[in-house]
Write a protein that binds this ligand. Structure first.
Ligand code: BJ8
Length: 422
């Protein structure tokens, strides 16, 4: 990796502690990713992004700030990036996916908090992630209780705007979300000094839809009997989608899909015939959380679809591009985002319908419902998810895990036994 020490120091990071993360990440990436055989050449781009994860993109964001631009850090797929980009600002995902940051979060949060929240708070307070230092404003949301309260702690350290996300999907809730997006637009305009015009918003709607279409195209390729790409590689791409430049990401992902189209034509598969096809559902897998994919794909399975926020929930459904005035555009944005099916909503039966639909479309042999420890919304919803799958005759395994490796062996045993029985 190029030398970014000076940049990290200027960001006020704890560079010595951060060095420890820089030491372990390449090894972990090599073990999980570079050890795979017959990877598509198009993965070189994503390998490069990861190898320079705390360098290249942060440097671009800083460049943008030097020109007077703002950076917004987000934690949830309900926060509409379109508004941010329409104000000539940049949105970047901030969810923490490494155990490295968890102890920092535990200094201020109860230990029985979900690791995603602990890692996200720890990354900020310990000053060990450049993205958390760079973001000028954090955008939280009222999804789960843990996140809701974490914003209050983070707000002591950085400007935070919280979007009030309804928890039901009645007509009045969609209207309330529309109003909330209008308020967010005002916050973004005041903070950046740039007006969000209907022309700018039309451009950013196209930009973000482009990213969604590229991801959808990638996922469609996984419906083939011969899998042209591993689940691990697709997970990495989904994770990178949250913070890469959207136009470049779309271009590189479409380029990769061109290569995968050829593989499909030629019947190339990265898995042996008979490898069991697994759909994963549950809580998001923030970078660098590759644990479950790695275990499945080294235990006789292939992950062919993720019904997750690092998966289908991120890209399904487009914002209507035909609206031309601001009110109608914001209404279209509100409707698209309210179509996401997070367990924070009640009822959330649409998610179960999606899982069963995907299980058929991707021709899966089994489903693994994987939830982060202490995430009660997904854990409770797991009962209904697993019941519906059993009724549909689709084998399902429920797993609860965190960011540590302490349960890896036990998980491997359970997953191997599940795959064997399929
Ligand atoms: S839309 S899944 S990104 S809220 S895993 S922090 S819910 S305790 S991340 Fe999420 Fe938005 Fe929903 Fe997706 Fe809370 Fe659960 Fe932790 Fe979670």
């Amino acid at each position: 990796m190029a030398d970014y020490r000076k940049m990290w120091e200027d960001l006020g990071m704890d560079v010595d502690t951060h060095d420890q993360l820089c030491e372990v990440l390449p090894q972990a990436f090599g073990d999980v990713y570079l050890s795979q055989e017959n990877r598509p050449e198009g993965m070189d781009y994503y390998n490069f992004v990861v190898s320079e994860i705390h360098g290249v993109r942060p440097a671009e964001l800083i460049e943008h700030q030097k020109k007077g631009g703002k950076v917004f850090g987000t934690f949830c797929v309900y926060v509409p990036d379109e508004i941010v980009f329409a104000a000539d600002a940049i949105a970047t995902g901030l969810c923490g996916g490494s155990q490295f940051w968890v102890p920092g979060g535990e200094k201020v949060l109860p230990s029985d908090t979900c690791p995603l929240i602990k890692a996200s708070v720890g990354a900020r307070l310990d000053r060990t992630c450049p993205f958390f230092r760079i973001a000028d404003m954090y955008v939280g949301e009222t999804t789960c209780d843990g996140k809701k309260k974490a914003w209050e702690i983070l707000a002591e350290d950085v400007p935070v705007h919280v979007m009030d996300l309804p928890q039901m999907k009645r007509e009045k809730d969609v209207r309330a979300w529309e109003e909330e997006i209008k308020d967010f637009k005002k916050v973004v305009e005041d903070f950046t000094g740039n007006e969000v015009t209907s022309e700018k918003l039309a451009e950013s709607i196209k930009l973000i839809n482009g990213k969604r279409k590229a991801l959808k195209r990638l996922y469609e390729l996984r419906k083939n009997e011969n899998l042209p790409i591993s689940g691990k590689d697709v997970l990495l791409i989904s994770q990178i989608a949250f913070y890469d430049d959207p136009a470049r990401f779309t271009e590189m992902t479409n380029k990769l899909c061109d290569e995968l189209d050829k593989r499909v034509e030629e019947g190339v598969s990265v898995f042996e015939k008979g490898t069991k096809r697994i759909l994963l559902t549950g809580t998001p897998l923030a970078i660098p959380n590759w644990k479950i994919h790695n275990i499945i794909e080294t235990s006789g399975g292939a992950v062919v679809c993720e019904e997750m926020c690092t998966g289908t929930r991120y890209f399904e459904n487009l914002v209507d591009e035909t609206q031309t005035d601001l009110d109608s555009q914001i209404k279209a944005i509100a409707e698209r985002y309210m179509g996401i099916k997070c367990a924070c909503f009640t009822p959330n039966t649409g998610r179960i319908d999606d899982i069963i639909k995907y299980a058929k479309e991707y021709n899966v042999d089994g489903v693994i419902d994987v939830n982060l420890k202490f995430c009660s919304t997904y854990a409770v919803e797991g009962y209904l998810v697993e019941k519906a799958l059993k009724e549909a005759g689709i084998p399902v395994l429920g797993i609860e895990t965190d960011y540590t490796d302490s349960d890896a062996q036990q998980m491997r045993t359970r997953i191997s036994a599940f795959i064997e029985m399929l």
